[in-house]
Design a protein around this ligand. Structure first.
Ligand code: ADP
Length: 584
């Protein structure tokens, strides 16, 4: 019982009842014992001579010894009588033996006769007992005296059970509070140090412990194999302790159990020699006992936690053992979450680095290719101007020129892509006349549209529609979208282009009646180098860079792009870009 005031009151009450037995019923001694956490009965109240009080108070007997006597006793209602002939308990374990004569009278009280009343709780667990010795009339109690006695032992029994229930309830409330605090914090913190630090403070207080160590096992994570100790430093665990700890934690996790080890208690599965070393280690760090619990999630044991106590801090109760097992589950889940977060952060970091390499590679290679390609194209033009070339040579030159022009296109696309993705290049905010830009784009596409008999329908207001951005960038957006609409449309079809101003947005819509794009392809459409999986589209040459460039540019100017399409249904791309508000 932790509350000193109620503990004293409890003892006084029991002493009063015991005095009633000695003075009013007629015994020289009456004692009340309660079952302590370590499973022993401890005498907490005695009525009788000074000498026997001194010897009996605080005396402890293992519950099994008393239980064996009870099993062997005569039942007198709530009382149990063990005549000395039947007594099996070691006399040394009795705590006090009266110094009285042994009589021949079969009804006379014998110094080794035992009379007691066990107290059981609602679950049938032994919680305490009252024992009486040396009746003042020297006789083994007859029915009348037993009836009188019965009243007193019932009172004492009620007091003991109520006190036990109260203490257990208070402990449960305290531990539930502790567990709740740990869980609350565990879900709010995102670093292990934070979670463990808080768990330590809360648990040491809640469990009335000296310290707490939390250890994590090797499952990947920066924390691997570390011991977070309550003194704020990484405790150096000797290798044999680390090995024994890990083995025990894994076993306990499978059994969903905890273990107690102290200078007085060796768990069965810890061999003598290892036990002695652990006790030495505990002594060296200044503690007496430890409550050891595994930490894990599902079938995986991820670590262990150890609560420690000094010798005067008492034993670990069943409620505490259950609570610490629960906390092992909560901290296990937190450990896993933080490790996953950590891994995610690391992967993101690696991906960013890789992406940086890729962009750098693309920028460097395309830059290096640009000049040689320009010079090859120049020489091809010169060659083509040469007189007297035979038709085969001219065809070869024309074919080379087409190849070079395609390569230059790709290099330009790559350069645009890396520029559009470069965060160090500041986005311009010029006011660009999209109406004029669109006219130019349509003009440039005319040779192709004419050749393929594609009708371009242009729908835009008379007054200019403007947007913020860089002219070349916005030109790319329109050129790529219109170019694709024409490229992926059949001959003799129509492409609709609409330009309008909606609030503070300029809106460009490009609708074709071409082959369309499946929803699976739509999900990846704007990624670098993505080309449709549709075989019909694959037959048309392309690099898969056009839409990636469009998306990067639109993002850069904080615009949006939308697509409505389905395979065989044509496609409509809509781009909205920031623009001056209509009345400006
Ligand atoms: P490219 O056209 O060079 O392959 P893009 O990035 O411009 O690269 O387009 C990616 C893919 O999206 C193309 O391979 C094509 O399959 C599909 N696509 C783009 N625009 C259209 C369109 N208007 N109609 C049908 N498919 C299109």
């Amino acid at each position: 019982m932790t509350d000193p005031w109620s503990a004293a009151l409890f003892r006084d009450t029991l002493e009063l009842i015991a005095e009633g037995v000695t003075e009013l019923v007629g015994f020289e001694v009456a004692a009340v014992s309660v079952v302590e956490d370590d499973g022993r009965l401890e005498v907490v109240a005695v009525a009788g001579s000074e000498d026997c009080r001194d010897q009996l108070l605080g005396h402890r007997t293992p519950v099994e010894d008393i239980q064996a006597e009870i099993d062997n006793s005569e039942s007198w209602g709530a009382l149990r009588f063990v005549p000395h002939e039947r007594m099996g308990i070691e006399t040394a374990n009795l705590g006090w033996i009266p110094d009285i004569e042994v009589s021949d009278d079969p009804n006379a009280w014998h110094p080794l006769d035992l009379l007691l009343a066990p107290f059981y709780d609602a679950h049938g667990e032994l919680r305490g007992m009252m024992s009486m010795d040396v009746p003042t009339d020297g006789q083994r109690p007859q029915p009348e005296k037993r009836r009188q006695l019965q009243k007193y032992v019932e009172q004492a029994g009620r007091a003991v059970i109520a006190a036990h229930d109260r203490a257990r309830l208070a402990e449960q409330v305290r531990l539930a509070e502790t567990t709740r605090e740990v869980i609350r914090r565990a879900s709010a913190e995102d670093t292990l140090e934070g979670v463990f630090d808080y768990a330590q403070k809360t648990m040491i207080q809640g469990f009335n412990a000296r310290g707490l160590w939390i250890r994590t096992f090797d499952e990947g994570g920066a924390d691997v194999g570390r011991v977070f100790s309550s003194r704020g430093i990484d405790l150096a665990l000797p290798p044999f302790m680390a090995e024994l700890g890990e083995r025990t934690a894994r076993m306990l996790w499978t059994e969903q159990d905890v273990a107690v080890l102290s200078s007085e208690l060796r768990p069965d599965y810890v061999p003598e020699e290892a036990y002695a070393r652990v006790v030495d280690f505990l002594k060296a760090v200044g503690v007496d006992s430890m409550l050891f619990a595994p930490l894990g999630v599902g079938t995986r044991c991820l670590g262990n936690l150890v609560l420690t106590r000094d010798a005067d801090q008492g034993d670990w109760s069943e409620t505490e053992k259950r609570a610490v097992l629960d906390i092992g589950h909560d901290l296990g889940r937190t450990l896993l979450n933080t490790r996953n977060l950590e891994r995610e952060r690391r992967l993101n970091e690696e991906l960013r680095t890789l992406d940086g390499y890729k962009s750098q590679l693309i920028a460097t290679v395309s830059h290096e290719l640009r000049n040689p390609l320009t010079s090859v194209a120049g020489y091809l033009e010169l060659l083509d101007d040469t007189d007297g070339l035979d038709p085969d040579s001219r065809r070869a030159i024309a074919s080379m020129a087409r190849g070079v022009s395609r390569m230059s296109g790709i290099v330009e696309d790559l350069l645009t892509l890396s520029r559009a993705a470069d965060p160090t290049v500041k986005a311009k905010r010029d006011l660009v006349d999209l109406s004029q830009l669109l006219d130019e784009v349509v003009d440039l596409a005319t040779p192709t549209t004419t050749q393929r008999r594609i009708k371009v329908l242009l729908d835009k207001p008379d007054r200019p529609v403007t947007a913020y951005g860089d002219r070349d960038d916005l030109d790319r957006v329109l050129t790529n979208l219109v170019g694709n609409a024409v490229k992926y449309s059949p001959e003799d079809s129509e492409v609709h282009l609409e330009l309008s101003q909606v609030g503070n947005r300029a809106e460009f819509r490009c609708r074709d009646h071409g082959m369309g794009i499946s929803s699976d392809d739509q999900a990846q459409l704007f990624t670098d180098f993505f080309r449709s999986t549709n075989p019909e589209a694959q037959r048309i040459p392309g690099t898969g860079l056009g839409l990636a460039i469009v998306k990067r540019i639109v993002d850069r100017y904080r615009g949006e792009i939308e697509l409505e399409s389905g395979l065989g249904e044509g496609s409509t791309f809509t781009v909205r870009l920031p623009a001056p508000a209509e009345h400006d």
